[in-house]
Write a protein that binds this ligand. Structure first.
Ligand code: ADP
Length: 486
């Protein structure tokens, strides 16, 4: 130890004090020593000398080591206290160690003293560091915006931070003493599925998860919480504890609901006038056809094509918000697949002057599902094929019958999609942005809706594509998804 050790020595026999000093010098200890022999000087030295270690004889004239230890403790001092005494019984040694002494040395074995001092100071430093680390951790836990809860291997609460108390209303003591487990305060409607998730954690089957569900507070309120759970396992692989970080997201959920309602209303309000404009447009088209006014008819047709685009956009928007809320309703029945493909191609060909949409259908099949939703999927795929192939002149739609399923493909000869982006195009709001690619208008939700609709029918959607050559979007659908589990 390079630093000078400050030793406070409680001893009233000067020769013993000298002997000890000599032993310390022999042990090559770099020290500064203050010898005191009564209670008043000892108390003063504790304050003014700031020792690193205390050496204490057991019995002095007016004072003893028990009392000295009590004074040290009372002053909140945690430095090593080593008893250096002439005689010592085993019982006495046990008593002083229990009272808080760190070590004891018999005066006729003083050669042990230097190493005892060094060891006890090192141990004390380690303990201080551990304590500081613990305090830092507790500080972060208590000041984090998230509540921290630790559960035992059965899911019973072991510790509960102040923030958790603020969220749920129970103090840690109340919750822990009531032997509450993670299931007890889950909102009844959420309990069936939440139980499964919590059991997976308790069994160790799942080691980490993030879930949102409703909880009940001490005063009976229902709140939305987001939980981040992780399982700590022992070396034997068994669950030791489960750590949870939790935050109250009730306000956020309310805002989301308001936003969704708002989008819902806006989309509906947009859809109604659009339907009327479309109907009047169709009437005007027939009247102009009858009149033979080709010029005006051309303009009305162009207007009709823009109205169709807008209608599809609003429909996507409406469906998107419904998917988000789990409110998209499917009206299912059997329908002829190729017939639907033909209808959509005819409709789209009418409004596309730039591309020829070729129909390469094979044998047809009756499919059980929501016909309108499939028509929307096809509409989206063909619109994309047209939009992302501005320099090409054709799109090819093919269907191919399989044993109990049908496959459809929409092929374009456009810009293509890089391999690393091909999976992401089905994610919400994802739009390829390669910098060198010209920008195309869009919201990045069309393919997400397609993939939702297809997976609801137990089907698959994927893309094969090569940059500059074009893309083929595929859909695979079972005849009747009610027989499928996925
Ligand atoms: P949007 O077209 O409105 O951006 P989509 O969800 O329909 O949204 O498509 C997501 C992204 O996938 C598009 O932004 C585009 O980058 C890419 N993409 C979709 N279809 C094609 C296609 N046929 N060719 C090339 N890229 C495409």
């Amino acid at each position: 130890m390079k630093q000078k050790i400050k030793i406070l020595h409680l001893e009233d026999t000067p020769t013993d004090a000298e002997l000890i000093e000599r032993e310390l010098k022999k042990g090559k200890i770099n020290f500064e020593k203050l010898v005191v022999s009564n209670k008043i000087d000892f108390e003063k030295a504790l304050k003014d000398f700031s020792p690193d270690v205390i050496l204490s004889d057991h019995s002095l004239h007016s004072f003893d080591s028990h009392e000295a230890l009590r004074m040290v403790k009372k002053a909140g001092i945690t430095i090593p206290f080593i008893l250096v005494t002439a005689t010592m019984t085993d019982e006495f040694a046990v008593t002083v160690m229990k009272e808080g002494a760190h070590d004891y040395i018999i005066k006729d074995r003083l050669h042990r003293l230097p190493s005892a001092i060094i060891n006890s100071i090192e141990k004390h430093h380690l303990e201080e560091e551990r304590q500081a680390e613990h305090e830092r951790l507790v500080f972060h836990i208590e000041n984090a915006p998230l509540g921290f809860i630790e559960w035992d291997h059965r899911g019973f609460a072991k510790s509960w931070s102040i923030r958790a108390e603020e969220i749920f209303g129970w103090s840690g003591k109340e919750f822990i003493e009531n032997q509450e487990n993670g299931f007890t305060r889950v909102y009844e409607e959420d309990l069936p599925w939440v139980s499964k998730i919590l059991e997976q954690l308790i069994s160790g089957e799942v080691e980490r998860n993030k879930v949102q569900y409703r909880n009940i507070t001490k005063d009976g309120r229902v709140i939305w919480c987001e939980w981040f759970n992780s399982v700590l396992k022992g070396k034997d692989g068994k669950v030791k504890t489960i750590m949870s970080l939790v935050q109250d997201i009730t306000e956020q959920k309310q805002l989301e609901r308001h936003k969704d309602n708002f989008f819902d209303i806006v989309s509906h309000e947009l859809k109604t006038p659009l339907t009327t404009i479309k109907a009047y447009g169709q009437i005007a088209e027939s009247m102009l056809e009858a009149k033979g006014d080709a010029g005006t008819l051309g303009m009305i047709k162009k207007m009709g094509s823009q109205v169709n685009k807008l209608t599809a956009l609003v429909q996507d928007f409406l469906d998107f918000t419904k998917i988000q809320n789990g409110k998209l309703i499917y009206n299912e029945a059997f329908f002829d697949f190729n017939e639907l493909v033909e209808e959509v191609i005819d409709d789209m060909q009418k409004i596309s002057v730039t591309h020829e949409i070729k129909n390469n259908s094979g044998k047809t099949a009756a499919i059980f599902g929501d016909k309108d939703k499939f028509s929307q999927v096809l509409n989206n795929l063909i619109s994309n094929a047209i939009k992302y192939s501005p320099k090409a002149g054709s799109i090819i739609i093919s269907t191919q019958l399989q044993k109990d399923s049908i496959e459809l493909s929409v092929q374009d000869f456009g810009i293509g999609i890089l391999a690393q982006n091909q999976q992401s195009v089905f994610e919400q709001f994802y739009r390829v942005n390669e910098g060198n690619q010209p920008t195309f208008p869009g919201m990045g939700i069309g393919l997400y809706i397609c993939s939702e609709i297809i997976s609801r029918h137990s089907g698959k959607i994927w893309v094969e594509s090569s940059i500059g050559k074009g893309s083929i979007f595929y859909i695979w659908l079972p005849f009747d998804h009610r027989n499928k589990t996925t």
